[in-house]
Design a protein around this ligand. Structure first.
Ligand SMILES: Nc1ncnc2c1ncn2[C@@H]1O[C@H](COP(=O)(O)OP(=O)(O)OP(=O)(O)O)[C@@H](O)[C@H]1O
Ligand SMILES: [Mg+2]
Length: 630
C-alpha cells in the first residue's frame, strides 16, 4: 500500500488515507510479540522465495548446462542435491506463510475488538447534542460495515503488504546483483505501472469514501423506517418510503460502481503491463546472452525475479478495493473516536457521610443514607455540605443552537422538600429547564446552583446520581421488569425494588403478568402499554431514592385514578425531597408549593395554586379551560 499511497500528491484526500492507515497500524502494533513473530514469518517466507529463485542460476549454470554438454554422475548428484535443497527452502517458506496468516487473523480480531471498544467508549462519553444531530443507523453502520471493511483488510491485505515490501526489497537487491542492465528495463516498466496506479487510485479513493457514507445513509433510513413502521402504515406511506429508499439505494449503487470501476480496471492493466515487461526483459536478456554479457542461468533466474518483483505489486492492486473500502471505513470510525467527549470540569463529588455529634459531616465508605458534597478548595481545605436538594436558577438564558434563544431570564428557587411545578403550552421550554438541571446541556456561566454550589463545579456523574429523572419519553431496556426497575440503583435489593414498584403503583399490574417481575421486556417495552411503561419509569426513579426528583410528564398516559394513587404514594416519597413536576393535567400540580407558568421560554406567572387562580392570568385560563373541557 505504501507505494501507491506515497505517490499521491500531498494535501489531497489520500494524504488522509496514509494517516488513517498508520492509525490502523497503531492498533495492530499493540500486539507486539505476535506482530514480531508475524514479521519474522513473513521475512522467512519472502526470503525463501528469493533464495529459491536465486538457486535457479546455480542449477542451470553449474549443473544443467555442463550436463547437457557431457553427462557425469557427480554433476547429477549435485544437481539432485541442489534441487532437494530448493524444495526444502520452498517448503519452509510455505510453512511460515501458513503460520503467519493464522497469527495475522488473531491480530486482526484483537485489533477489531479494541477498535469497537474505543468506538463504544467514545459513544458513551458523547454529549446528548451529538445524538441530536446524527441518525442512529448512521452511527450503527460504523460498528457494522466500517469495522467489517477493516477486518477484511487486516486479515488479508496487511500481511500481503508487509510481505510484498520485503519481497520487493530482496528481489530488487538480487536483480541488481545479477544484471544492472535488465534492472533498468524493469524499473522503466515499473515507473509506467506506478503511474497507472496513481492515476486510478486518485480517482477512486473519494468514491470509496462516498460508498461508505452512502451505506451509512441507507442504514439510517432502514432503521428509521423500522422504528416508525406504525406511522408509515397509518399514513399509508409504504410507497413513498420505497421511493425514498430507492433513491438512497441508487446513490449507494452509483458510488459503489464508480469506486469499483476504477479499481477493477487496475487489475487487468497491471496484469498486461507485467506480461509486456516480461517479454521486453526476455528479449533484452536474450540479446545480452547472445553477446556473451550474461549467462543463460542469470537470464532465466532474472526473469523469475521479475515475476516475483511485479507479483506483489499486482497483488496489492488486486486488493485495492478492499484496502480503499477499509480506509474509508476507518476514516469514519476515527472521525467518531476523535469527537470531543462531553466536557466535565467538575471537581465537587458526591460522597456518603455520617453526622458527628457537633453536626459536622465526615466522609465514610458505606451507604449511610446521608449524602454530602465534597468540595475541595484552592487553599487545600475540603468542606462537606449535606445534600439537601436546593436548586436555584439565576437569570438563566439558554438556546440549543447559538442563534436561537429558547429560555429567557429564568430565575427560580426551590427549597429542599418543595414541590415545584412547571406548566405551560407545548414548546414553552419546560423539558429544556430540566435538561439544564442535570446538565444534558450546559449553561455557559454558572447561573444554576445546587445546594449553593455552581452546578458546573459538580462532576456530572455525581450530579446526575443525586437526582432521579423520569423522562418525557420512557425508555426500557431488554431484560426483565426487575432489571429495568433496578436500573435506578444497581445494588437495590429485591425488597427495595418491590417497595419502589408499590410506591409507583406498578406492583398491581406487574403481579398480573404471567411471569411477574421476571417478565422479559422486548423492543423498548413494546409488550407493555404506554401507561405501564410510565409506571415502570416512575418505579425506577423511586428506587434510586435521590434528594431531587424530576418528573417530566410522568403521568401523562396514566388514568386519573391510578395517578391519584401514585400521587399518594409519591407524597411519602417526596418527603424531604425537592421535586420538579411537569404536567399538562393541572390537577396533578395543584398541591405544589410553587407553580411556574412558562410561555415562550419565560416565566410569566408564579405562585401557588390559589394565588395564581386569584391573579386570573394564564394559569387561571388554563385551569378553568380544563374544567370547561371536561
Ligand atoms: N434537542 C433540541 N435541539 C434544538 N431545539 C430543541 C431541542 N429540544 C427542544 N428544542 C426546542 O426548544 C423549545 C422548547 O422545547 P421543550 O422540549 O423544552 O418544550 P416543552 O415545554 O417541554 O414542551 P412539551 O410540553 O411539548 O413537552 C421548542 O421550541 C423546541 O423546538
Ligand atoms: Mg417537554
Amino acid at each position: 500500500m505504501a507505494g501507491p499511497m506515497k505517490s499521491q500528491k500531498p494535501g489531497a484526500k489520500p494524504k488522509n488515507l496514509v494517516k488513517t492507515f498508520s492509525r490502523i497500524l497503531g492498533y495492530i502494533a499493540e500486539n507486539k510479540p505476535l506482530l514480531i513473530v508475524v514479521i519474522l514469518g513473513i521475512t522467512i517466507s519472502a526470503g525463501a522465495q528469493v533464495a529459491g529463485t536465486s538457486m535457479l542460476k546455480r542449477v542451470i549454470d553449474q549443473y544443467l548446462e555442463p550436463m547437457l554438454k557431457s553427462y557425469s554422475s557427480e554433476l547429477m548428484a549435485g544437481f539432485l542435491k541442489t534441487i532437494l535443497l530448493m524444495a526444502g527452502i520452498y517448503l519452509l517458506g510455505a510453512l511460515s506463510s501458513y503460520m503467519y496468516s493464522r497469527l495475522m487473523l488473531m491480530i486482526s480480531t484483537k485489533s477489531l475488538y479494541r477498535i469497537r471498544t474505543d468506538l463504544f467508549r467514545k459513544m458513551e462519553s458523547l454529549p446528548i447534542k451529538y445524538f441530536d444531530t446524527h441518525t442512529h443507523g448512521e452511527l450503527m453502520s460504523r460498528y457494522t460495515n466500517d469495522t467489517d471493511a477493516i477486518r477484511e483488510m487486516l486479515s488479508n491485505s496487511v500481511a500481503n503488504v508487509i510481505s510484498s515490501a520485503i519481497t520487493v526489497t530482496g528481489v530488487f537487491t538480487m536483480m541488481v546483483i545479477y544484471s544492472w542492465q535488465l534492472t533498468i528495463v524493469v524499473i522503466c516498466m515499473l515507473f509506467i505501472s506506478l503511474n497507472a496506479i496513481k492515476f486510478i487510485g486518485g480517482r477512486s479513493s473519494r468514491y470509496f469514501m462516498k460508498q461508505q457514507q452512502n451505506i451509512g445513509k441507507v442504514n439510517g433510513y432502514i432503521e428509521e423506517m423500522m422504528e416508525g413502521q406504525k406511522v408509515v402504515k397509518v399514513f399509508c406511506h409504504e410507497e413513498v418510503a420505497k421511493d425514498e429508499f430507492n433513491q438512497l439505494n441508487e446513490a449507494l449503487c452509483e458510488a459503489s460502481t464508480n469506486a469499483n470501476t476504477y479499481a477493477n480496471v487496475l487489475m487487468p492493466i497491471m496484469g498486461n503491463l507485467s506480461h509486456i515487461q516480461y517479454a521486453v526483459t526476455a528479449i533484452v536478456g536474450s540479446i545480452l546472452t547472445i553477446n556473451g554479457i550474461l549467462t543463460l542461468g542469470t537470464v532465466i533466474s532474472f526473469l523469475q525475479f521479475t515475476r516475483n518483483f511485479t507479483q506483489p505489486i499486482t497483488q496489492i492492486s488486486q486488493q485495492f478495493n478492499a484496502v480503499l473500502t477499509a480506509l474509508a471505513g476507518a476514516e469514519r470510525i476515527f472521525e467518531l473516536i476523535d469527537e470531543n467527549p462531553e466536557e466535565d470540569h467538575g471537581y465537587v463529588t458526591l460522597v456518603n457521610a455520617k453526622e458527628n455529634s457537633d453536626g459536622s459531616l465526615t466522609e465514610v465508605e458505606d451507604r449511610t443514607g446521608i449524602w454530602a458534597w465534597k468540595h475541595p478548595h484552592k487553599d487545600g481545605t475540603t468542606t462537606y455540605t449535606r445534600v439537601r436538594g436546593a436548586v436555584e436558577f439565576d437569570d438563566v438564558v439558554f438556546g440549543y443552537e447559538d442563534n436561537k434563544t429558547i429560555l429567557r431570564n429564568i430565575s427560580l428557587y426551590a427549597k429542599p422538600g418543595q414541590k415545584i411545578a412547571f406548566v405551560g403550552s407545548t414548546g414553552a421550554g419546560k423539558t429544556t429547564i430540566t435538561n439544564l438541571i442535570n446538565r444534558f446541556y450546559d449553561v455557559p456561566d454558572g447561573r444554576i446552583r445546587y445546594d449553593g454550589i455552581n452546578i458546573n463545579k459538580i462532576k456530572k456523574p455525581d450530579l446526575r446520581r443525586s437526582m432521579a429523572m423520569v423522562l418525557q419519553d420512557t425508555h426500557l431496556f431488554t431484560g426483565t421488569i426487575m432489571d429495568n426497575i433496578r436500573y435506578g440503583k444497581m445494588d437495590a435489593t429485591e425488597e427495595e425494588v418491590l417497595a419502589a414498584a408499590k410506591l409507583a403503583n406498578a406492583d398491581s399490574f406487574i403481579k398480573h403478568l404471567p411471569k411477574g417481575y421476571e417478565t422479559q421486556i422486548t423492543g423498548d417495552g413494546a409488550n407493555l402499554s404506554q401507561g405501564q411503561r410510565q409506571l415502570l419509569a416512575i418505579a425506577r426513579a423511586a428506587v434510586a431514592d435521590p434528594p431531587v426528583l424530576i418528573l417530566d410528564e410522568a403521568t401523562s398516559s396514566i388514568d386519573t385514578r391510578t395517578e391519584a394513587l401514585i400521587e399518594k404514594g409519591m407524597d411519602s416519597l417526596m418527603q424531604g425531597r425537592t421535586v420538579f413536576v411537569i404536567a399538562h393535567r393541572l390537577s396533578t400540580v395543584r398541591n405544589s408549593n410553587a407553580i411556574m407558568v412558562l410561555e415562550n421560554g419565560e416565566i410569566i406567572e408564579r405562585g401557588d395554586h390559589n394565588e395564581l387562580i386569584a391573579q386570573k392570568g394564564k394559569y387561571y385560563q388554563l385551569y378553568t379551560g380544563m374544567f370547561e373541557l371536561s
